[in-house]
Design a protein around this ligand. Structure first.
Ligand code: HAM
Length: 426
């Protein structure tokens, strides 16, 4: 019979993988909590219009990459391609702008879907950890968002990275810039790809982010936003940079950074991995401020800022830069019945150990001692608890420390001391 395989661009995470994910997820949750972000869980699918309005109708994400389908009542729904717009929808729907605790600081962690060409670090179903701080515009908050992401990198042991930062300015700056871009690109209209020809008058900023036109000579000479910044937007950006300098955060200003989603204003940033082995997809996390998004989706005129972090990409980098992060063993002890007659006695001990919160398992196949030790070695289990007919008769057990290669026979009454021994040697 023909086998049905997984969908291109999706992954099964097997046991070794999920263990690594748990380690990364724990670090992410600890950092988010420490910085006072609270978890928001929104649905995996939303009304298509939310993303069209929020992300922007001329973006690649909306025009080419969304998984959109009609439900049985003919409503157009879309699997979320990113987390910000859904979070803002929930913020407005639940009137979070009225909460006593302001600004609202939220995070999310979960799958996103984009129909992109799969390659290392780029999937069609991928996971994002994202944070958003809503209801305030403040340079400290801009810095805080970047620092939260960098702290996750640091806790994962990632050092080989670069912070790229730029500003898209306020509405006035962008309007001036928009006009300058139209003036510039209309001279070269025929050299632009067909998508960019459509974008020229609608959304010329998107041309700068086009994957097709990216390397063309005309891109290099395009006007830069920094030359159109209002005094206010310039001062705001410089304040953000000052804070980063004061905190000794190294960054590089990238005047050509625009990001691929339409909602950004003022500060934008991307943190890229410099590991060659990470593949072409090197942006670990990226984000920025959005002044108009919340109002455009029906909320109040308040500002927000956040980032989205690709968890798969963080994992790839951690495997390269800090493989020992994943060395953690999950079982402390393995119970080894030396004879089939002692299986029940062994099983009772096993259950008693579990009640003491010791991570343990036992051999059910009556395997040889050699095979059982091999199992411990393979699974990095430090302690073996051996029981034979003699131990059963004497109400004892043998505890073997496989690292120090020592062993002792203990009375069953001393089973409760096993936990202490494990903890003392941890
Ligand atoms: P984004 O740059 O589109 O921003 O995505 C953020 C991160 O998600 C990327 O830097 C990358 O690590 C990861 N990512 C994106 N697409 C893929 C893919 N196909 N496969 C694997 N990883 C991927 C956003 O999504 C914004 N919502 C971020 C944001 C939050 N801005 C403000 N708040």
């Amino acid at each position: 019979m023909e086998k049905i395989s997984k969908v291109r661009g999706t992954e099964d995470l097997l046991f070794e993988d999920t263990r690594k994910w748990h380690i990364i997820e724990k670090i992410i949750l600890d950092v988010a909590t420490k910085y006072n972000f609270q978890e928001l869980r929104t649905p995996i699918f939303e009304h298509t219009q939310l993303f069209v309005k929020g992300v922007g109708e001329t973006t690649d994400v909306v025009t080419k990459e969304m998984y959109t389908f009609d439900d049985k009542k003919g409503r157009s729904l879309t699997l979320r391609p990113e987390g910000t717009t859904g979070a803002i929808r929930a913020y407005i729907e639940h009137k979070m702008f009225g909460y006593d605790n302001q600004p609202v600081k939220l995070y999310y962690l979960g799958p996103m879907f984009r129909y992109e060409r799969p390659q290392k670090g780029r999937q069609r179903q991928f996971n994002q950890f994202g944070i958003e701080t809503l209801g305030i515009k403040s340079a400290q908050v801009d810095a805080e968002v970047i620092l939260t992401g960098l702290e996750v990198c640091q806790k994962l042991g990632l050092k080989n990275l670069k912070v790229l930062i730029n500003t898209l300015g306020d509405n006035e700056s962008r309007e001036n810039y928009r006009n300058a871009l139209i003036e510039y690109f209309k001279q070269y209209e025929s050299q632009l790809c067909s998508d960019c020809q459509k974008r020229l008058y609608k959304n010329p900023l998107r041309i700068l982010d086009c994957k097709v036109d990216h390397d063309k000579e005309i891109m290099k000479k395009a006007p830069l936003l920094k030359d159109y910044l209002s005094a206010e937007a310039d001062a705001y950006f410089n304040n953000v940079l000052d804070i980063l300098i004061n905190l000794e955060v190294e960054y590089e200003i990238d005047n050509r950074l625009v990001r691929g989603l339409d909602y950004y204003t003022d500060t934008i940033f991307e943190v890229v991995s410099l590991n060659k082995e990470s593949g072409a997809q090197s942006t670990l996390f990226g984000g920025g401020r959005y002044d108009g998004l919340i109002a455009s989706l029906g909320g109040p005129e308040v500002s927000g800022i956040g980032f989205g972090m690709g968890v798969e990409r963080m994992l790839i980098s951690a495997e390269i830069e800090n493989p020992s992060l994943f060395d953690e063993n999950y079982l402390d002890l393995f119970v080894m019945p030396l004879d089939s007659a002692v299986q029940n006695y062994s099983f009772k001990i096993l259950e008693q150990l579990r009640k003491m919160d010791i991570g343990c398992d036992m051999e059910y196949f009556n395997k040889s001692l050699k095979a059982m030790f091999k199992y411990c070695e393979r699974n990095k289990i430090r302690y073996a608890l051996l029981v034979g007919e003699q131990e059963q008769a004497n109400n004892t057990f043998i505890l073997k420390d496989l690292v120090n290669n020592t062993q002792e026979e203990l009375s069953i009454e001393l089973l409760s001391t096993v936990k202490e021994r494990i903890e003392n040697n941890a």
